[in-house]
Design a protein around this ligand. Structure first.
Ligand SMILES: NC(=O)c1ccc[n+]([C@@H]2O[C@H](COP(=O)([O-])OP(=O)(O)OC[C@H]3O[C@@H](n4cnc5c(N)ncnc54)[C@H](O)[C@@H]3O)[C@@H](O)[C@H]2O)c1
Length: 386
C-alpha cells in the first residue's frame, strides 16, 4: 500500500474520499464495510475487464462480509441506455437489496455513469462506490456525482444518440482508483484520459502558473510508459482539480458557471467527434475519433480561438500542441470544413438560447464566452484542420 493517496471531496454530509494507489482494490471490502453496515453489494463490472480484476473486487467484498451479486455490462455508448438500467434494476430488486446496500461500479466512465444512475434511482438512492478502471474515469468521471445514460434520437446527426440526456447527480460514497487496473487498458484509451489531464492543466494554468501543464510535460514519457508512481501522482493532481471545482459548484449551477469550465475544449471537440467519417488515419472505416482525441483537438482550437480574440497569449496554442504531441494525441485532422464544424457546434448542448457558448482560456483563467465572433471560431477550426 505504498504511495496510497487520499483526497477528500468536501460536500457537507455528502463528503467522500478518493483513494488512489497501486494494488489497492483488495482493500475495497474493508473500506466499504467501514462506511456502511450493509450486508449486500451489487457489483457492476465492465465486460472487457480481466476476470482476475473482477474477482479481486468481488472476493474483497465477500471476505469483508458482503453477499455479492455480480453482473457485467458491455461498455459501449448504445449500451449506456435506459434498457441496461432497467435490466440492472430488475437484478438488484430480485436480491432484495436494501437502502444502505451499495452498488459498486467497476469499470470506465460508461460503467460509472450507468452504475451511478442505478444507485441514484433504486429506492430513491442507495450508496455507490466508484472503482474507475480507465484513466479518464479516474481523473474525471468517477468524481463529481454526474450519472446517467444516453437516449436514442434517430436523425439528430449525433450517431443516433443524445449523450447523457437522462441522469441525476448522485455523489459516490467512496472512490477507489487502483492504478494497477490500468495494466490492461489499451494505449489509445490511456491517451484519451490524458487529454482530460491536459484540459485540467489549462484550466488551472492561470492560478498555478502553468505548473500542472509543466509537470505533465516533464513526466509525459513516464506516464505514457505507465510508471506506477507517475500515474499515482498524475491521478492525484488531476482529482484535486476536479474536486476543487465540484466542491465549489456541485450541481453545475448556472449562476456560478464554475463546473461549466470543465467543458473547456468540448464544444469544438464534440463537434469534431460527431462529424461522420473523421478518423486518425484518414480512413473513414476507422471513424469515429475517440472522445479524448476530439477533446485534445478541441483544446488546440479553443487556444487558437482565444488568441484570435486577444484573450490569451498565442504561445499557449504551441504549448498545448506540444504536450498533446508528446502524449501521442492528434493535433490536426483532415476532412474538416468550417461550415460543417460550425453547424455541429450549434447542435451542442452547451448552446444557450441558440447562441454559441465557448469555454476559452484567458489571461485571467478559463472563462465562458457567449456568442463569440465567427472569425474567432473559424480561427479555432483552422488551427486543427489539415
Ligand atoms: N460522469 C461524468 O462526470 C463523466 C465525465 C466524463 C465522461 N463521462 C462518460 O464516461 C464515458 C467515457 O468513459 P471512458 O473513457 O472511461 O470509457 P469507457 O467506459 O467506454 O471505457 C473505454 C474502453 O475501455 C474498456 N476498459 C475499461 N477499463 C479497462 C481496463 N482496465 N482494461 C481493459 N479495458 C478497459 C472499456 O470496456 C471500453 O471498451 C462516456 O460515456 C462519458 O459520457 C462521464
Amino acid at each position: 500500500m505504498d504511495h496510497m493517496r487520499s483526497i477528500s471531496v468536501p460536500l457537507g454530509d455528502r463528503t467522500y474520499e478518493v483513494r488512489i494507489g497501486h494494488g489497492i482494490l483488495p482493500s475495497l471490502g474493508p473500506w466499504a464495510a467501514a462506511i456502511t453496515r450493509a450486508r449486500r453489494a451489487f457489483l457492476i463490472s465492465d465486460s472487457n475487464l480481466p476476470p482476475a480484476l473482477v474477482e479481486s473486487a468481488s472476493s474483497s467484498l465477500s471476505n469483508a462480509g458482503f453477499t455479492v451479486l455480480t453482473t457485467r455490462v458491455r461498455a459501449t455508448e448504445p449500451e449506456k441506455s435506459l434498457e441496461t438500467v432497467a435490466r440492472l434494476l430488475a437484478d438488484v430488486a430480485a436480491t432484495r437489496h436494501e437502502r444502505t446496500d451499495p452498488v459498486v461500479a467497476l469499470g470506465g466512465g460508461i460503467i460509472g455513469d450507468v452504475g451511478g444512475f442505478v444507485a441514484a434511482i433504486y429506492r430513491r438512492g442507495v450508496p455507490v462506490i466508484q472503482c474507475p478502471t480507465t484513466l479518464l474515469s479516474m481523473v474525471d468521471a468517477s468524481v463529481g456525482g454526474k450519472t446517467g445514460v444516453n437516449l436514442p434520437t434517430p436523425g439528430t446527426g449525433d450517431g443516433g444518440l443524445k449523450k447523457n440526456l437522462v441522469g441525476s447527480f448522485h455523489q459516490p460514497a467512496l472512490v477507489v482508483a487502483d492504478i494497477a487496473s490500468l495494466g490492461s487498458l489499451p494505449d489509445r484509451e490511456l491517451r484519451c484520459g490524458l487529454a482530460e489531464c491536459v484540459k485540467h492543466g489549462l484550466i488551472t494554468a492561470a492560478s498555478d502558473g502553468g505548473s500542472l501543464l509543466d509537470w505533465t510535460a516533464t513526466n509525459a514519457s513516464r506516464i505514457v510508459g505507465r510508471d506506477p508512481a507517475s500515474l499515482i501522482e498524475l491521478v492525484e493532481r488531476n482529482v484535486r482539480v476536479k474536486a476543487q471545482i465540484v466542491e465549489r459548484d456541485e450541481r453545475e449551477d448556472s449562476a456560478k458557471d464554475l463546473r461549466a469550465l470543465l467543458n473547456l475544449g468540448h464544444t469544438f471537440g464534440h463537434a469534431v467527434e460527431t462529424m461522420p467519417g473523421l478518423s486518425l488515419d484518414n480512413d473513414p472505416a476507422h471513424a469515429p475519433l475517440h472522445h479524448g482525441e476530439a477533446v485534445g483537438l478541441g483544446l488546440v482550437a479553443a487556444a487558437a480561438c482565444a488568441a484570435k480574440l486577444g484573450l490569451c497569449d498565442p504561445s499557449l496554442q504551441d504549448r498545448v500542441t506540444g504536450l498533446l504531441r508528446q502524449i501521442g494525441l492528434p493535433v490536426r485532422i483532415s476532412g474538416l470544413t468550417p461550415a460543417a464544424v460550425i453547424g455541429a457546434m450549434h447542435h451542442d448542448k452547451k448552446v444557450l438560447g441558440g447562441r454559441l457558448r465557448l469555454v476559452l482560456p484567458t489571461h485571467a483563467g478559463v472563462q465562458v464566452i457567449d456568442d463569440p465572433p465567427e472569425s474567432a471560431v473559424r480561427a479555432g477550426i483552422a488551427a486543427i484542420a489539415l
